[in-house]
Design a protein around this ligand. Structure first.
Ligand SMILES: [Fe+2]
Length: 340
């Protein structure tokens, strides 16, 4: 029988990581390896974070659907292009707008990933922006908490660390990331004691590295000493979390527009040449992908709408960003378009 994709994950060689998960470094990595996440302060100056936030809102206004950041009466769900979970824009070349690439190329954003993976030769995900209007103004979102990990149960070890560049404040009442603190280190134990059985309809190719949890699973982690916590951060801060850490996004109670950029970097050496060429093609077509930079290179595809029962391309869809990135050597290497 031909091996399944899951088998492929079992047998994939990821042993090139030199990362020692328990070595004390005296910096943010100690928090990260202890808690499964860390907040690194001021990777961007506040004014630059503010400028990127402004750029993202300009982008959202560019669709001409009526949303105006300066007029709260226009803050309505129907004045926005289609999105996922209230604020993630997976289409419209959103991941490749110039300001998004400017963020990805920021030395302060890259540095923690270089420290973590002990290399400067990194590739970055084509994640997107999250601009979530506040529930206090637009009404409650039709979404319950969705505790999950972004790493397949079969893929063991530290393989992916996700990031959020915070462009708006994320205080206790604002929207933001919720994590089950210290859950990443229990990943193997959880899935050994709770093997996945039965249908797994979420395991599409694009979401191979994903596992949703049930309420009883939260109780399991709590019984091991883990605790749920809202991660608070200020504009310009970088939040990092292990993809084995249980997490989800919490909608806020304040009237602030949550504005963040997702960034994930992994060593370029972990990416096969075949995957690099796939990534290069996705980059050249300005596609948005998963959180994973070096594997799981699948596009979210074009935005579609249903008209008279027929699925058809969303007229708002774009083939390229409204402001294209400047393709520097650094950018092209991070994109996988140029090898190191
Ligand atoms: Fe996630």
């Amino acid at each position: 029988m031909a091996p399944s994709r899951v088998d492929a994950i079992h047998t994939a060689t990821y042993s090139s990581s030199k990362v020692q998960e328990r070595v004390q470094t005296g910096d943010w990595r100690d928090d990260f390896f202890r808690d499964g996440f860390a907040v690194i302060k001021n990777v961007l100056p506040k004014d630059r974070a503010q400028q990127y936030r402004s750029d993202s809102l300009t982008w959202l206004e560019s669709f001409g659907l009526g949303f105006d950041r300066n007029d709260k009466s226009t803050w309505k769900k129907e004045n926005l292009p289609q999105n996922w979970k209230g604020g993630m824009y997976l289409h419209f070349s959103a991941a490749h707008e110039k300001y998004m690439w400017d963020i990805r190329c920021e030395p302060g954003v890259i540095k923690p990933f270089s420290e973590l993976w002990e290399t400067d030769e990194l590739v970055v995900s084509f994640d997107t922006v999250n601009i979530t209007l506040p529930q206090s103004i637009v009404g409650a979102y039709d979404s319950s908490p969705w505790p999950h990990v972004d790493q397949a149960p079969e893929r063991r070890g530290l393989r992916c660390v996700q990031g959020i560049v915070n462009l708006s404040n994320s205080g206790p009442d604002d929207g933001g990331l919720v994590v089950m603190r210290k859950s990443s280190s229990l990943f193997n134990q959880f899935f050994d004691e709770n093997p996945v059985t039965g249908p797994t309809p979420w395991r599409t190719a694009k979401h191979e590295d994903f596992h949703p949890f049930q309420q009883k699973d939260l109780d399991w982690y709590r019984a091991q000493g883990c605790e749920l916590m809202k991660v608070c951060a200020e504009p310009g801060d970088l939040i990092l979390w292990d993809s084995r850490q249980m997490h989800w996004a919490q909608f806020g109670e304040s009237d602030l527009i949550r504005t963040i950029a997702y960034v994930t970097y992994t060593p370029a050496a972990w990416m096969s040449e075949e995957d690099r060429l796939s990534k290069k093609e996705l980059f050249e077509h300005y596609e948005t992908t998963t959180h994973w930079p070096h594997t799981n290179l699948f596009s979210h595809g074009k935005a579609m709408v249903t008209v008279d029962g027929v699925e058809t391309p969303d007229p708002l869809e774009r083939d390229e960003p409204i402001t294209k990135p400047i393709k520097t050597e650094k950018l092209l290497k991070l994109a996988g378009a140029l090898p190191y």
